[in-house]
Ligand binder design. Structure first.
Ligand code: GDD
Ligand code: MN
Length: 351
């Protein structure tokens, strides 16, 4: 057993590795740690270089994999050989400055279960990012907080540099292919205290980023999975409301002879209530401890606001000349998104 295992996945990092290893050993000098490099048979010879470096340090090991199998599984394979009581993950390209490890380890020793190197707390930043890249990063963060409200107190949920106590993931099923491990741990792990330590995400010293549009897709998949497909359930409930609404309307008018304009009021309210009940006991099962009646009231508010958004978007798009059905469809869609947003953050707010 050692105190800390640092796992570093590498793919074509030959130009960065020596400096990285030097940086890690100097930052953690005097601490009880091991460094594990997981290389995917990099064509640029990173694996061989890693072996050479490992022969100079007795607390450094290299895991060789036959080919590029992905960052997520590389970390998991590193985890399988790691002996540390605390596990750390860091990239090899020096975008995560090794110096930050010292402070991170201190925080963990002071009692934090998870320590995140963060770009988005006071003192943290990113270097040399275009406006577009900043917007995408912020958008992705925002989505993680919306879909996984249990992570909302962590500013940089997408950080690739973090430490966690091994106990945090004991018994948790973390077994998927391409993913953001930190998010997985924040959702499935058992922990009390998360601390963020600021750092500057530097621009790459050498080589290039391996993350692209495929990662965006796998990120969205991960969000859906970790959120237990809440947004899809919410959609299904919405569709069921359509059936309830029409059914009640038909019943009241054809069997009870009610005046349609009056029957419509009952049918709308019935579908709001049935949607609420289904969302409460299925979509957001076990979510909150606020009073049932209060939630029901808040849900009415969010339905009304969603309808207003729908209406305003429809009016706006119509006025700029869009086809009436296109305008309405986009209006419905945005109204739905708004309604979902309010349900997550307001009606069934994570307490
Ligand atoms: N073994 C292995 N196999 N390593 C890989 C692979 C792979 O298939 N793909 C990438 N790596 C290694 C890279 O060599 C680097 O050390 C690290 O994983 C991160 O890859 P980058 O390509 O540099 O990713 P990035 O800079 O765009 O994004 C990183 O930082 C973000 C912010 O902290 C990642 O860590 C993201 O997960 C993180 O959100
Ligand atoms: Mn990088």
């Amino acid at each position: 057993m050692v105190k800390l295992s640092i796992i570093v996945p590498t793919y074509n990092e030959a130009e960065n590795l020596a400096e990285l290893v030097r940086g890690i050993f100097s930052a953690l000098e005097g601490s009880d740690f091991e460094l594990i490099v997981v290389d995917d048979n990099s064509p640029d010879g990173t694996g061989k270089l890693a072996d050479e470096l490992a022969s100079q340090h007795k607390n450094m090991a290299v895991v060789h994999r036959p080919g590029k199998l992905g960052l997520g599984t590389a970390i998991l394979d590193g985890l399988n050989v790691a002996r540390g009581e605390i596990i750390g993950v860091m990239d090899a390209d020096l975008q995560h400055p090794p110096e930050v490890l010292r402070l991170m380890l201190e925080r963990a020793e002071e009692g934090a279960d998870i320590v995140v190197a963060s770009r988005y707390v006071e003192g943290g930043s990113v270097e040399g990012w275009s406006l577009l890249r900043r917007i995408i990063s912020r958008g992705a963060l925002w989505l993680s907080h919306l879909f996984l409200p249990q992570t909302k107190n962590v500013k940089d949920t997408l950080s690739g540099c973090f430490l966690f106590k091994r106990d945090v993931i004991r018994g948790a099923s973390i077994d998927v292919k391409d993913f953001k491990l930190l998010l997985e741990i924040l959702v499935k792990g058992r922990y009390e205290k998360v601390v963020e330590v600021p750092y500057t995400f530097r621009s790459r010293a050498a080589g290039k980023s391996k993350l692209g549009s495929r990662q965006i897709f796998s990120y969205v998949k991960q969000l859906l999975r970790l959120s237990e497909y809440r947004i899809l359930k919410f959609m299904a409930v919405g569709a069921s409301g359509l059936v309830v609404n029409n059914g009640i309307l038909w019943l009241l008018v054809s069997s009870f002879g009610l005046f349609p304009l009056l029957a419509e009021i009952f049918s709308i309210e019935s579908s709001i209530i049935s949607n609420f009940v289904l969302n409460n006991f299925w979509t957001f099962k076990g979510r909150t401890s606020e009073r049932f009646s209060y939630r029901l009231l808040k849900y009415h508010g969010s339905v009304i606001l969603g309808a207003l958004v729908n209406y305003a978007v429809f009016a706006l798009l119509l006025s700029i000349g869009l086809h009436i059905l296109v305008a309405n469809t986009i209006g419905i869609l945005l109204g739905f998104i708004f309604n979902y947003f309010l349900s997550e953050t307001f009606v069934w707010k994570w307490l």
